[in-house]
Design a protein around this ligand. Structure first.
Ligand SMILES: Nc1nc2c(ncn2[C@@H]2O[C@H](COP(=O)(O)OP(=O)(O)OP(=O)(O)O)[C@@H](O)[C@H]2O)c(=O)[nH]1
Length: 335
């Protein structure tokens, strides 16, 4: 569920509640959540499934509502079960209770209106009209009271959702960080790649960089030295400070750099700059006077082609990295 403005949320609720009442849908948190999403019309797949089921069965079974809620409304982080899920379910529960009350209020108001119409049809004295006016006034007042309560509860739901969203954003950030280097991890890199691609207007490029012979370095100088080297290369990558980029470490000595507004030519030059900078480093062993042998990296680059999807794009960069390794290492390959 997105963080709507109160006006928009009220609008959606006012659409969802009558539909739920018409189809006699139980106001459970799951139902409330998916019907709210349904009327927002922003999730085509969910709407298709719901339309298809309603066509076939005439109603939406409870178990399906629960499954749809989990599949379409709970982001991955909520599903990891760290209290967020319950918090969200409570919020939905709270909103469902107030939407039920609002639904009842609307029903009562409808009843008042129907009765008033009947009385008016038969009214032939001024005092009848007076009675209808009083009756309508009372009905409208009661409905306004319920609507106010409903709006208050919506405000509360919104502030709680905003809190939850901030918690979730923090969690996402923490989940995306590689502890060793403080760069983004592979999952974070891929997440950005999936976010960037659909709205890509300019050239998007990937640099995949891998330390050459890390296994040998580990063997010769120890794993701690190898790990220190992984951190050191990460610092060199950070020092590039390229705008609109995502700097990541995947695993071992492999790094990924995602660049926005970067042509193949620019990316190639940047990759070569990095490669040369790394190969020129004189790295001392355990802060002694002994230097490690020259440390080199191999690089594969790729620039997004037309309608290419994120997986194929990344696969192409990996292929080019492999080609660089197979061409004798310490070089950059873009095909
Ligand atoms: N020191 C250290 N080594 C790691 C870490 N993670 C993975 N490795 C090691 O990195 C090595 C990577 O080995 P390979 O993938 O064979 O690559 P390589 O030896 O660098 O050889 P090429 O990539 O072909 O140049 C493996 O020996 C892993 O055990 C880490 O966090 N620290």
């Amino acid at each position: 569920m997105q963080n709507e403005s109160p006006t928009k949320a009220t609008e959606l609720m006012q659409k969802a509640v009558p539909m739920m009442l018409k189809l006699d849908v139980a106001p459970t948190p799951y139902n409330y959540g998916i019907w709210y999403e349904y009327v927002s019309n922003r999730n085509q797949k969910l709407n298709q499934i719901m339309d298809g089921t309603l066509r076939k069965l005439g109603h939406l079974p409870g178990f399906l509502a629960r499954e749809l809620f989990h599949e379409f409304l709970l982001p991955e982080e909520f599903q990891q079960g760290n209290g967020q899920k319950e918090k969200l379910a409570n919020i939905v529960d709270q909103a469902a209770t107030s939407s039920k009350a609002m639904g009842k209020g609307l029903d009562e108001l409808n009843l008042v209106l129907t009765k008033s119409r009947k009385i008016l049809n038969r009214a032939d004295k001024a005092e009848h009209i007076d009675n209808v006016i009083n009756y309508l006034e009372k009905g409208a007042l009661a409905a306004t009271h319920k609507a106010n309560q409903f709006n208050q509860s919506l405000d509360q739901v919104h502030s709680e959702l905003a809190k939850l969203k901030a918690e979730l954003d923090d969690m996402k950030k923490q989940n995306d960080v590689d502890e060793l280097t403080q760069l983004v991890n592979q999952k974070g890199f891929e997440r950005r790649l999936y976010e960037w691609l659909p709205q890509a207007e300019d050239d998007i490029s990937i640099i995949l960089l891998d330390i050459d012979n890390l296994a040998t370095i580990n063997k010769q100088f120890g794993k701690r030295a190898g790990t220190a080297l992984i951190r050191y290369i990460a610092e060199i990558i950070k020092s590039l400070a390229v705008e609109k980029s995502v700097l990541a470490r995947f695993e071992g000595g492999t790094y990924g750099i995602l660049l926005n507004e970067a042509t193949l030519d620019f990316t190639h030059r940047l990759a070569e700059l990095l490669r040369l900078q790394i190969s020129e480093q004189k790295i001392r062993y355990k802060q002694s006077k002994v230097h490690m042998p020259q440390v080199t990296v191999s690089i594969g680059i790729a620039t997004l082609l037309g309608q290419e999807g994120p997986e194929d794009f990344l696969k192409r960069a990996r292929k080019n990295l492999l080609r660089a390794k197979q061409s004798g290492k310490n070089c950059t390959s873009d095909r």
